[in-house]
Write a protein that binds this ligand. Structure first.
Ligand code: DGT
Ligand code: MG
Length: 240
C-alpha cells in the first residue's frame, strides 16, 4: 500500500482513446511526501488529464508514474484509490443525506469522523444551518446546494478517508480567500501529499512547488519566487 505518498512522473505522455493528439507530453517531476504541488495553466492545458492518471482513471500512454518508488500499475487498484483522495473538478453528490454523501466510500464512518471532516472542509457551519443538518437530503427532492458547498462536501468526503495523497482539481475556486486559507490550513494536519489545481496565484504561491503547464507540456516548475523571476508567462499571470 501507499505509505509515504511520494509521487514521481517520468516522461509521461497521455492521449485519449480514438485521438492521436497528446494532451500531455514529456511530463517529469517529483513531489516528495507531504509536499504541496500547485498545477497552473490555461484552460485545456492538460491539468485534469495529468492528475487523473494518479488514481488510474486513465493509464499513461507513455512513461511511468511511481508512488513511493513503485510503479502505480503494481498497486492493487482498490488499495491505490483508497489512499488517494481525488476531488474532481465537477463534484458529484448522489441523492441522499449529507451525512451519507460525506461518509461515502468509508465503511463504518462515525458521526464524529463525519463532523471532523466537514469542519476541516469548512462546511460544518453551513450544514448546521440546514433544516435537518447532517440528515438533510441533497440531490433530487433535496435542498439545492451552491457549487462551492458541493465542492466542500466533496472535499470532506476525501478527507474522511485520511488520504496519503490528496488531489484538488480547482476545488476551491468558488471559495472566498479567507475560507480557502482556513481549509488549506486545516488540511495541513492530514500530512498528505497534495496536488492543487488552481487559477489563483494566491493559492499557488504557498505550495512547495508550482508547475506551469502550457499546451500539455511543462513550461516551468519551481517556487513562486523562481517562476516570478524566470518565467514570463508566470509573471504575466501574477500581474493580471
Ligand atoms: P480546464 O479544466 O478547463 O482548466 O482545463 P484542463 O487544463 O484541466 O485541461 P483538460 O486536461 O481537461 O483537457 C486537455 C485536453 O484534453 C483538451 O484539449 C481537451 C481534451 N480532453 C479532455 N477530456 C477529454 C476526454 O474525455 N476525451 C477527449 N477525447 N479529450 C478530452
Ligand atoms: Mg480541468
Amino acid at each position: 500500500t501507499v505509505t509515504h505518498g511520494k509521487v514521481e512522473y517520468k516522461q509521461v505522455a497521455f492521449f485519449y482513446q480514438n485521438t492521436s493528439k497528446k494532451v500531455i507530453n514529456n511530463i517529469s517531476f517529483t513531489v516528495q511526501s507531504g509536499e504541496r504541488l500547485a498545477l497552473m495553466g490555461a484552460t485545456g492545458a492538460g491539468k485534469t488529464s495529468l492528475v487523473q492518471l494518479i488514481p488510474r482513471l486513465y493509464d499513461a500512454s507513455e512513461g511511468e508514474i511511481l508512488i513511493d518508488n513503485v510503479p502505480i500499475k503494481n498497486f492493487r487498484l482498490n488499495e491505490l484509490r483508497l489512499t488517494i483522495g481525488y476531488v474532481p473538478q465537477s463534484p458529484l453528490l448522489f441523492s441522499g443525506t449529507i451525512k451519507d454523501n460525506i461518509a461515502w466510500g468509508k465503511q463504518g464512518a462515525t458521526e464524529k469522523e463525519i463532523i471532523q471532516a466537514a469542519k476541516d472542509a469548512q462546511i460544518h457551519r453551513t450544514i448546521m444551518d440546514l433544516p435537518n443538518q447532517y440528515d438533510t437530503r441533497v440531490g433530487q427532492k433535496g435542498v439545492n446546494l451552491s457549487g462551492g458547498q458541493k465542492q466542500r462536501i466533496s472535499i470532506a468526503r476525501a478527507l474522511i478517508r485520511k488520504p496519503k495523497i490528496l488531489i484538488l482539481d480547482d476545488s476551491t475556486s468558488a471559495l472566498d480567500l479567507e475560507t480557502e486559507a482556513k481549509l488549506l490550513e486545516a488540511i495541513q494536519h492530514y500530512h498528505c501529499t497534495m496536488f492543487i489545481i488552481t487559477q489563483k496565484v494566491s493559492t499557488a504561491r504557498n505550495a512547495n512547488k508550482i508547475i506551469l503547464l502550457n499546451e500539455g507540456e511543462i513550461l516551468a516548475q519551481g517556487t513562486h519566487e523562481l517562476l516570478l523571476s524566470e518565467t514570463k508567462l508566470y509573471k504575466k499571470i501574477v500581474e493580471s
